[in-house]
Design a binder for this molecule. Structure first.
Ligand code: ATP
Length: 364
């Protein structure tokens, strides 16, 4: 496989009135699986299409294994792309669909091509489907064929554009595992676009978060989850979303106190507060994840609130708390406070994230 570098990639549409991708840099190592995620219109597909050679960048460069391919056509790049709508030729059999790319891009003999198709079909568990036509297949089978067609060419790089979006939830999980198996067995280098943050988190060695064409953060999924670089990333990654509250940070004796001007008050130890770049009296946004909120022990100084709604989700309960605009706590299923009754909650200070109230940038 190969490595991929994307440098200062930019794409404007409509004479510069739309900036779809704004100065994006990416470094994908050989054998690395990178997921790209962000809300609709953030520039995911445009980025992928530029890497594929299907869209010309306004500026910036793309390197494949160190070679500048920015001006090369899609065909010359040796990249395979897997789409949401499978993009299979309807009149060709599965075998012919898988063989077609080999015919176009290699000078292998008929027997050699057949051998490769057989190998890829076995990898994907679709040997029995080789003589069928795409319209005789289920969505999951079609996507297996599309994956088989991609791997048979043994390209330098795989690009995936929301490949599982048309499949039902159960099949999506199966196919996710299947793609991860392919990565393990073949060591493929891949850029995988999805709007599903859970998919991005579970599949990626690295996750890239885009918003409005700009790269917000890139890193290992757990690192990004625990250390979001800004409020947008904190809120986008994780489900249910991180809770946010506008507070004021005030130095008080040996600690830093966060208050909302009403009844919310949380003291951070000096030791912890020393890691935070914040001025006395500064407006900040506090972020706390639902699973990091829990009922306070009687000995602890908790935050007084009430439960508006209790939503059981199997192993956990979601508590909708009456704090400001509403907080969600994700607690064990055996924690079942009565609706409307007072409850004291708390969280570890190490789990608190603080963001600049104006820029959203993390202060930790
Ligand atoms: P989605 O998840 O909805 O597919 P996306 O993150 O893939 O979105 P893009 O399709 O890359 O986003 O689009 C990024 C921005 O560029 C959007 O504002 C979109 O409207 C705009 N855009 C994309 N292609 C074109 C085009 N050919 N002409 C004009 N604007 C375009």
């Amino acid at each position: 496989m190969a490595s991929l570098q994307v440098e200062n990639l930019r794409k404007e549409f409509d004479r510069g009135t739309i900036v779809a991708v704004d100065d994006v840099n990416l470094d994908v190592k050989d054998g690395e699986f990178v997921t790209v995620v962000g809300p609709s219109g953030c520039g995911k597909t445009t980025t992928l299409r530029m890497i594929a050679g299907l869209e010309k960048p306004t500026s910036g460069e793309i390197y494949l294994d160190g070679e500048d391919v920015t001006k090369k056509s899609a065909r010359q790049r040796d990249i395979a792309m897997v789409f949401q709508n499978y993009a299979l030729y309807p009149h060709k059999t599965v075998f012919q669909n898988m063989e077609f790319g080999l015919r176009m891009s290699t000078d292998l003999t008929k027997d050699e091509r057949a051998e490769k198709v057989q190998w890829a079909a076995e990898m994907m568990g679709i040997e029995e489907l080789l003589e069928q036509k795409p319209d005789e297949l289920s969505g999951g089978q079609k996507q297996r064929v599309a994956l088989g067609r991609a791997i048979v060419r043994e390209p330098k790089l795989f690009l995936f554009d929301e490949p599982l979006s048309n499949l039902d939830a159960k099949l999506r999980t199966t196919m996710r595992a299947e793609i991860q198996r392919l990565q393990d067995e073949l060591g493929i280098t891949a850029v995988y676009v999805t709007h599903d943050q859970e998919e991005a988190m579970t599949m990626g060695d690295k996750i890239v978060i885009l918003e409005d064409g700009e790269l917000q953060q890139i890193g290992a999924p757990t690192h990004v989850y625990e250390n979001p670089s800004n409020e947008f990333v904190g809120g986008f990654v994780g489900s249910p979303s991180m809770n946010f509250m506008d507070v004021v940070a005030r130095a008080s004796g040996n600690s830093l106190v966060l208050t909302d001007g009403e009844d919310f008050r949380y003291s951070l130890s000096r030791e912890y507060a020393d890691n935070i770049v914040v001025e006395d009296g500064q407006q900040v946004t506090l972020g706390i994840r639902p699973e990091d909120i829990y009922p306070a022990e009687p000995s602890e100084d908790g935050i007084q609130t009430r439960v508006d709604v209790l939503e059981p989700v199997g192993s956990d309960n979601y508590l909708y708390l009456e704090i400001r605009n509403g907080f969600i706590a994700r607690v064990n299923a055996d924690v079942k406070p009565d609706i409307g009754d007072p409850i004291e909650i708390t969280f570890d200070e190490s789990k608190i994230r603080l963001f600049d109230a104006d820029t959203g940038v993390s202060l930790l």
